[in-house]
Design a protein around this ligand. Structure first.
Ligand code: SAM
Length: 357
């Protein structure tokens, strides 16, 4: 039991990274047309610290939003929130107070053209807006949060990494539009890849490489155990989290762009897998323009995937590979990866694609 609690605490700590405003701005500028007249829900976001809330509150009028809702979760192991002062939580271990903020009107109080979000309380002074304590703990799966989800048109956030599968399943169940941050490993989850294959989920604009610089909460920070980090001009600890990308089901123009292919197929240049009827293509730019069979390509293909031009066949590794009939490779295993010429294990994971006629 003690071990279980320790693991849960470790997992929860991994969830405590906060998204920088610049990363939100860089991605969301491509989705602006989707927001007009819509109710936006940020359901893993304490408005006092979430840049998602800040971004939508700041742009509330420019985007013509109908409503902005943010809910805060009390399970965070790292710090309390400012509401503790208002609502008198004086326990030794500070815990966030779970609450929701619903914004229907944003006014520029001092008329300087800027909305001052340094204190969420000023937004609440407008009687069209509401700040209220939740009955439960603010878990996105709780009934009261599900009611807010039902009300929302679009969900935008960086959800807890450890609950990504459940988080996406809930969005799909309630048929919500969404734009969320996740790890690129999620592409290989048996719950996520089928959604990508069926064109129910795709990846956003941010390229796959480079990760994302995120704000780490100070109480969670041990400089002796952290390899590389920076302190920004606001004194926040910034750490690069590898593999972060955006997942969405909002239509974006990138998804309709055509890959420019120039290479010609030759059997010498494109090795055939031993254990599946497909050729290996090591880089997206090397996809041959004249090959009609199945090709194994790096995961980064999804960043440039246009469903009008290609179909996704499956994954070349893991349990999903068995579903499409990947045979045992030279190591007698099907759950690893493709092999080539009986000896070489294909070094990277592959997605199987075929050109549409
Ligand atoms: C990766 S952080 C991102 C926080 C914020 N969305 C942002 O992008 O800055 C994930 C957040 O989800 C919260 N969280 C963890 N489990 C949750 C749950 N079951 N329901 C709602 N929020 C949860 C964590 O406390 C944490 O603040």
């Amino acid at each position: 039991m003690a071990n279980k609690n320790l693991n849960a605490a470790k997992e929860a700590k991994k969830d405590e990274f906060y998204t920088q405003l610049a990363d939100i701005e860089n991605e969301l500028k491509h989705y602006r047309q989707h927001f007009r007249g819509k109710t936006i829900l940020c359901n893993c976001d304490d408005p006092y610290e979430s840049n998602f809330f800040k971004y939508f509150a700041n742009n509330f009028n420019a985007f013509g939003l109908k409503k902005l809702i943010a809910t805060c979760y009390d399970g965070s192991p790292v710090q309390g929130n400012e509401l503790m002062i208002d609502f008198g939580d004086f326990t030794d271990e500070p815990k966030k107070i779970p609450y929701k903020v619903e914004i229907k009107e944003v006014t520029d109080v001092n008329g300087d053209g800027r909305i001052d979000l340094s204190d969420v309380r000023h937004l609440i002074q407008n009687d069209k807006n509401v700040l209220s304590i939740l009955k439960g703990n603010g878990d996105f799966r709780s009934q009261e949060c599900i009611e807010l989800l039902k009300e929302a048109d679009i969900v935008v956030t960086n959800p807890p990494f450890s609950l990504f599968r459940e988080y996406v399943a809930q969005l799909i169940k309630f048929e919500k539009k969404f734009l969320i941050i996740g790890n690129m490993n999620a592409i290989h989850y048996k719950e996520i890849f089928p959604l990508i294959k069926e064109n129910k989920v795709w990846t956003g604009y941010k390229p796959f490489g480079g990760g994302m610089n995120m704000i780490q909460t100070p109480k969670d920070f041990d400089p002796t155990k952290t390899k590389s980090f920076k302190i920004n001009e606001r004194g926040q600890i910034i750490k690069n989290i590898m593999g972060c990308i955006w997942f969405t089901n909002l239509d974006i123009s990138k998804r309709h762009e055509h890959l420019i292919l120039y290479k010609k197929y030759s059997p010498d240049e494109y090795p055939h897998y031993d254990n599946y009827n497909a050729i290996d293509v090591d880089e997206i730019c090397n996809i041959p323009k004249d090959y009609d069979g199945i090709m194994g390509v790096p995961d980064t293909f999804l960043g440039q995937y246009n469903p009008d031009d290609f179909e996704l066949i499956g994954l070349g590794s893991g349990n999903l590979a068995k579903l499409i009939g990947v045979q045992r490779n030279y190591r007698g295993r099907t759950d690893l990866a493709f092999s080539i010429n009986g000896i070489h294990k294909c070094p990277y994971s592959r997605i199987l694609i075929r050109k549409k006629k």
